[in-house]
Design a protein around this ligand. Structure first.
Ligand code: URA
Length: 236
């Protein structure tokens, strides 16, 4: 791979910036100063150092996005902005959202280029937990909470799987489900004659939404978040 491409993939900067860094002598390859950004390197064997820091090559990248309202969970769309378009341009290549949130839903969405992990996390067999903060139209009775917890008819072959519900206020509940059917939470609330007014995902498997991220902001997952997701397949 070309050195400048490698540095871009490592998120050191844009193509223009990394070329300048190389020309300014800020990069060594196997201990030797290099000055030409188009030199070929072996990303799996060579030791590339930028500003005295060894760069560990990563084929896969993982971002936590706080999805804002009004963008679609897709890689491209003819009519609306997509979650991928919220990333800086040079970070978008091959990135896709793991699962989807509705256009009007907000909160935690994982973006990656790691198809294998995405497959694992989305597999219906794995029942990865998803937690949502839900603003509801009417307050819920105990009996309705219990029905949501035990399983409701949303027009599928089976009732929904058992869920956990915590009533926060008369207009807000927190619900954790172990499946991810289309419009699942909206349909569950409909099944108890209620309506979702706002929906925010706060957790996905063992990942918790980083509340320092404003809607539309994102950050890379930490090494321990990545390892936890991988080793447990999402912390059921
Ligand atoms: N359930 C919904 O109804 N919508 C979402 O965006 C996510 C879960």
């Amino acid at each position: 791979m070309r050195l400048d491409k490698f540095l871009c993939e490592m998120n050191i900067g844009t193509r223009g910036q990394v070329k300048a860094f190389v020309r300014q002598g800020m990069v060594t390859v196997n201990g030797k100063l290099v000055k030409s950004p188009d030199d070929k390197i072996d990303e799996n064997a060579d030791q590339i150092v930028f500003k005295r820091q060894l760069l560990q090559y990563r084929k896969y990248v993982y971002y936590m996005l706080n999805k804002p309202e009004g963008v679609v969970s897709a890689t491209n769309d003819n009519t609306a902005d997509t979650v991928v378009s919220l990333l800086e341009e040079d970070r978008r290549k091959d990135i896709f959202p793991v699962g989807r949130l509705d256009k009007d839903s907000t909160g935690l969405l994982l973006l990656t280029n790691d198809g294998e992990l995405a497959h694992l996390l989305l597999s219906p067999k794995r029942h990865v937990d998803k937690t949502y903060q839900v603003t509801v139209e009417h307050s819920l009775t105990r009996e309705e909470v219990s029905r949501l917890e035990q399983g409701v008819d949303i027009g599928e072959e089976h009732l929904t799987l058992p869920a956990r519900v915590s009533v926060e206020t008369s207009s807000m509940i927190v619900i954790t489900v172990h499946e991810g059917k289309f419009h699942q939470i909206k349909r569950m609330l409909q099944a108890v004659d209620n309506r979702v007014l706002a929906l925010k995902r706060t957790a996905f498997g063992c990942l918790r939404l980083d509340e320092t991220l404003k809607p539309g902001e994102y950050r890379m997952l930490t090494e321990s978040e990545i390892q936890e997701l991988k080793s447990t397949g999402g912390c059921k």
